[in-house]
Design a protein around this ligand. Structure first.
Ligand code: 6PG
Length: 266
């Protein structure tokens, strides 16, 4: 266990068979550097093993430094971006040029900056009515995966209420049985949403939460250490066969009690 978070992450592996991993970094930028390495190495591995890389990007503002770094680092990794399929974990039901569009942010920071590439972009049509957008995106996933989607990598954020993607507290996992994409009308959200279902998220090969900032410290402690009677949506993310990695900066990790460098379990 590296005790010096300034020079390297404080890494903690645990879970039944070590498939859950918590990495804490001194800053959001160092966490973004690690996230970049995870993303690009997953891409390189998936393309060499299976001929393509499928990734679902998270929304919100947290991924800004991560998208920037991936775009900067990409050229040096020699990845054939024509074999990269980029999707979204969720989208707000707004046009793609709307300030709140998850696609717009990723396009501005990543897609438009990658070397002339040809990454295959599977945008959620947020400009359509939510249910229609969800059905179209579900059909696109089915066509892209030839059945149940199994993403190589799913990038997730965490809301202060414990939501992830657009699975907000009170959502009914059973309500989406058999679905891979659903429309969501969360009470606290400004716009209706379209989101991957928990079933799809938990089918991912590598699920990575990227969470930074002091405003997430309480919810991180709740999700990772809380005895929440009613689990938060993010607490339900437990890949059935894949790995789950939490990448945090020290600010987001500062309320963690049982997890401390060098102590087992989290
Ligand atoms: C969205 C996201 C959502 C996000 C969290 C955190 O569309 O809002 O997918 O799940 O990751 O709300 O958002 P911030 O990164 O802006 O705090």
């Amino acid at each position: 266990m590296n005790q010096n978070p300034l020079s390297a992450p404080v890494v903690h592996e645990t879970g039944r068979d070590g498939r859950r991993r918590l990495e804490v970094f001194a800053s959001a930028d160092l966490a973004a550097a690690r996230g970049t390495e995870l993303f690009l190495s997953a891409a390189r591995r998936a393309i060499s093993q299976g001929g393509r890389f499928t990734a679902a990007l998270s929304g919100g503002d947290t991924p800004v430094p991560l998208f920037r770094r991936i775009a900067e680092a990409a050229p040096a990794w020699g990845i054939d971006w024509r074999k990269v399929h980029l999707f979204w974990a969720d989208e707000r039901c707004v046009p793609p040029d709307h300030a709140e569009s998850n696609y717009r942010l990723a396009n501005m920071l990543l897609l438009s900056r990658l070397p002339a590439l040809g990454a295959v972009v599977h945008r959620i049509p947020g400009e359509l009515p939510p249910e229609e957008a969800a059905e179209l995106y579900e059909a696109e996933l089915s066509a892209a995966f030839g059945g149940t989607p199994v993403f190589d990598l799913i990038l997730l954020g965490l809301g202060t209420d414990g939501h992830t993607a657009s699975l907000f507290p009170g959502f009914e996992p059973a309500g989406a049985l058999g679905r891979t994409v659903v429309a969501a009308h969360p009470a606290g959200a400004k716009h209706p949403r379209v989101t991957l279902t928990l079933q799809v998220i938990n089918s991912g090969r590598h699920v990575v939460f990227f969470v930074t900032g002091k405003d997430k410290a309480d919810i991180i402690a709740e999700v990772l250490e809380g005895r929440d009677k009613v689990p938060y949506p993010a607490s339900l993310v437990a890949p059935s066969e894949g790995t789950l990695t939490w990448l945090l900066d020290a600010e987001a990790a500062r309320r963690l009690k049982t997890w401390k460098p060098g102590r087992p379990g989290f």
